[in-house]
Design a binder for this molecule. Structure first.
Ligand SMILES: NC(=O)C1=CN([C@@H]2O[C@H](COP(=O)(O)OP(=O)(O)OC[C@H]3O[C@@H](n4cnc5c(N)ncnc54)[C@H](OP(=O)(O)O)[C@@H]3O)[C@@H](O)[C@H]2O)C=CC1
Ligand SMILES: Cc1cn([C@H]2C[C@H](O)[C@@H](COP(=O)(O)OP(=O)(O)O[C@H]3O[C@@H](C)C(=O)[C@@H](O)[C@H]3O)O2)c(=O)[nH]c1=O
Length: 303
């Protein structure tokens, strides 16, 4: 039996790992949430890892409030950099690989082509800067790491764009959604399945795939396009009398929807390196969004 320790058990990715765990009976997952291990307490992180002595650590925790991070800089760096460094150092001490997640918001969005792993990074805000610092901390502390950069994560769990849109579509007659930021919506349930599928091979002595990978679902679109997809999929699933059916969705520029943190205009990432190395990719948006709405309908959406 493989022993995996997961930080961030209560987040979208953490709960998706819990959901997928039933398909991987050879992996015994132990989940830590804020109550069991507050990552602000850096000393507690090493203790938790050394107490559990896992074969592998998965960090699904992060400070993810993009706008709030602009004024909560210390906490963002504490969780996204310092706590990650503590995790990576304890993993190195135990010789356990660390699987960590990062974001498209480390890029400035000026690329003319899907970002590859070696493209220059230049985050526009505190969240992206702190996540980039976390990546660097992992690389400095342990060679046995996998960093998966992903983007625009949604799921039946927690807070995300799909759930926000579904509730706003019911509450409002008109929604204005930015149409000049392009990225790849990605299901955390798909991410969780992919990661658990990799775990056994990562633990093989001959595994040579450590490093940084982009891992997204391959359907680039704007947030406006994504809202249209969500609306269409919801009407298809919940029927024409769904309360959000009549909501009008209008495209606007980012100037018309000001946010505290600036977001990249184009943060599409290529998962080619991942697919070439591991021989599979993530399902496309239609399939994954449909599954998410089905799970929401089945009541998997505890806030
Ligand atoms: N969400 C997205 O769109 C994207 C996410 N990512 C990355 O993917 C990974 C997973 O993200 P996702 O699941 O969406 O994130 P969530 O915000 O859903 O979950 C993050 C988890 O981290 C936990 N956490 C935060 N601070 C602490 C703390 N001090 N002590 C203990 N736990 C803490 C939160 O706990 P609590 O529930 O108690 O608040 C939460 O459960 C992260 O690395 C993120 O940066 C990358 C690209 C896009
Ligand atoms: C609610 C709403 C948002 N928007 C815009 C604001 C923003 O530009 C875009 C997305 O808004 P959100 O705040 O939901 O998403 P945001 O917090 O920017 O999402 C990011 O989260 C972090 C954690 C990541 O790592 C990124 O990959 C990305 O997923 O949609 C509208 O245009 N209209 C609306 O009604």
């Amino acid at each position: 039996m493989i022993k995996a320790l997961v930080f961030g058990g209560n987040g979208q990715l953490g709960r998706s790992l819990m959901l997928c765990a039933r398909d991987f009976p050879d992996i015994e997952l132990t989940f830590l949430d804020r109550r069991k291990c507050d990552l602000s307490d850096l000393g507690a992180i090493g203790r938790a890892i050394l107490d559990c002595r896992p074969d592998i650590v998965i960090n699904a925790a992060a400070y993810t409030a993009v706008d709030q991070a602009e004024s909560d800089i210390e906490q963002a760096f504490l969780i996204n950099r310092d706590a990650v460094r503590a995790m990576a150092q304890a993993c190195e001490e135990l010789n356990a690989p660390l699987i960590h997640f990062s974001t498209d918001y480390i890029f400035d969005g000026t690329s003319q082509h899907p970002y590859r792993e070696n493209d220059p990074v230049a985050p526009l805000g505190v969240y992206g800067t702190s996540k980039l610092a976390g990546e660097d901390a992992v690389r400095a502390a342990t060679a046995r790491h996998l960093i998966f950069r992903t983007s625009w994560v949604y799921s039946p769990f927690g807070k995300n764009f799909v759930k926000t849109m579904l509730s706003l579509m019911v509450q409002r007659d008109v929604l204005t959604i930015v149409n000049d930021q392009t990225g790849c919506p990605t299901s955390s349930v798909d991410l969780a399945g992919a990661v658990l599928r990799l775990v056994p091979s990562v633990l093989e002595k001959t595994f040579a795939g450590f490093g940084t990978y982009h891992l997204v679902s391959g359907s680039p679109m704007t947030w406006f396009d994504f809202a249209i997809h969500i609306h269409r999929a919801a009407v298809e699933r919940f029927g024409a009398d769904w309360a959000g059916n009549e909501c009008e969705i209008r495209p606007v520029s980012s100037d018309a929807f000001p946010t505290v943190a600036k977001r990249p205009g184009y943060s599409v990432m290529s998962s080619q390196k991942f697919t070439d190395t591991f021989g599979f990719g993530l399902p496309d948006l239609a399939e994954s969004l449909g599954a998410c709405l089905d799970q929401l309908g089945e009541g998997e959406n505890n806030a």
